[in-house]
Write a protein that binds this ligand. Structure first.
Ligand SMILES: Nc1nc2c(c(=O)[nH]1)N[C@H]1C(S)=C(S)[C@@H](COP(=O)(O)O)O[C@H]1N2
Ligand SMILES: [Mo]
Length: 390
């Protein structure tokens, strides 16, 4: 499968998942968005080392073979860039001008970080775990070259699904996604999932690296106005995948299809409004539903009157968090998750009689997958053409 990402910038590569073409719960790797700050570093698993040091009883320097001796675990996780959707903000905010596609959902396999940290034996005063990538470069407001680095609290580092990932969708990580080893922090914005990982350090204070304290931060109400905090878990969000904005539909039954996710939570409900947010109806959630993963939804929209309509969708998480209608100005250019209406046109004389997705046929392999931990044959779902199935 050729690379089919939508390129936003070339050097370094920043490219989007072609969201509006998705036909599977899992995003095929060649389609999965790429967010790089610096050039992709030259990596070779044969000479790769992972240093684990700082507030540990026993510093480690693992080789690829040593890492491979730990038991593996496989998880499904949606990864979204905290800047996803930035181009929809008015007025424009500085940064990569992402559309909706800086997000993807994949199967990740690797060694639970917890097991490696247990071998290093964390000291009780450790509070955060800092992860450093092999990539290096400078930013306009930070001319000194630096490595990409980010931290997470010890508690999140010990979560059984936080992985030192070595495979994505069953294949070894490719260079764009962090070969040979990346961190995977399920439910958190992608910035936490450090690629080309070479160093892990346990510290007893809040890490203040550039990508932790200057970029990838938001304001929160706090003492004396607001405080700056690093982005953490993904927020509750949905996207309309089909129809696309401006599409011509027909009278009868039109099928709306999309995705919704809620960070560390599962999605409880997705609602659709066809009257600019006055009334909302439940969409059908189809396929697998789990924390850390996006959920597919569909809605069969009966429409008799030709004309222009706005379709709006919002997701609600299991704890009851509702996707908002407007962007929180305190979040600046990050955590852009407000529900965006799209305009469509229902044409007179054009009749559509959409059917619900044949979930059983389309998802049998995905369900088998979740149960048996078998791999999804990724090309199966991609064979379906527009209008059929998912
Ligand atoms: N070493 C390193 N890790 C990194 C980055 C990076 O530039 N360098 N980008 C981060 C950001 S902001 C995101 S959104 C995710 C994107 O992961 P992907 O490129 O595999 O989709 O990687 C994160 N990990
Ligand atoms: Mo990101």
């Amino acid at each position: 499968m050729a690379e089919q990402r939508k390129v936003i910038t070339n050097a370094p590569e920043n490219s989007e998942t072609p969201l509006y073409d998705l036909r599977s719960w899992v995003t095929p790797t060649p389609w999965f968005f790429v967010r790089n700050h610096f050039d992709v570093p030259e990596m070779d698993a044969r000479v790769w080392r992972l240093r684990i040091h700082g507030l540990v009883e026993r510093s480690l320097e693992l080789t690829w073979e040593e890492l491979a001796r730990f038991p593996e675990r496989t998880v499904f996780t949606t990864v979204e860039c905290a800047g996803n959707g930035r181009s929809f903000l008015q007025p424009l905010v500085h940064g990569v001008q992402w559309g909706a596609g800086a997000v993807g959902h994949a199967e990740w396999t690797g060694v639970p970080l917890k097991n490696v940290l247990q071998e290093a034996r964390i000291k009780s005063e450790a509070r955060e775990v800092v992860f450093e990538g092999a990539d290096r470069g400078s930013e306009a407001d930070h001319p000194q070259p630096m490595h990409f680095a980010r931290s997470i609290p010890v508690q999140k580092a010990l979560h059984p699904d936080t992985l030192l990932a070595v495979r994505m969708n069953g294949e070894p990580l490719n260079p764009s996604h962090g070969y040979p080893v990346r961190l995977l922090v399920p439910g958190w914005y992608g910035v936490a999932s450090v690629k080309w990982l070479t160093r892990i350090e346990l510290i007893d204070h809040a890490f203040d690296g550039y990508f932790q304290s200057v970029k990838y931060t938001v304001q929160r109400p706090g003492k004396g106005g607001s405080v700056t905090v690093p982005v953490q878990a993904m927020t509750v969000k949905s996207e309309i995948v089909r129809p696309r904005a401006g599409e011509v539909l027909g009278v009868g039954t039109n099928r709306l299809f999309g995705l919704a996710w809620a960070g560390e939570e599962a999605v409880a409900r997705v609602e659709v409004s066809l009257d600019r947010g006055r009334t909302w109806a439940d969409a059908e959630l189809i396929g697998p539903r789990a924390a850390h993963s996006w959920t597919m939804w569909e809605y069969l929209w009966e429409v008799a009157e030709p004309g222009s309509y706005a379709i709006q969708v919002r997701a609600i998480s299991e704890s009851g968090r509702v996707q908002p209608a407007t962007h929180d100005p305190l979040a600046g250019g990050y955590e852009i998750h407000h529900s965006r209406p799209i305009e469509v046109h229902v044409q007179a004389g054009r009749h559509i009689h959409a059917q619900p997705a044949d979930v059983e046929t389309l998802l049998y392999d995905m369900n088998a997958y979740a149960e048996e931990n078998a791999r999804i044959p990724l090309d199966v779902d991609l064979a379906f053409t527009a209008g059929e199935g998912i």
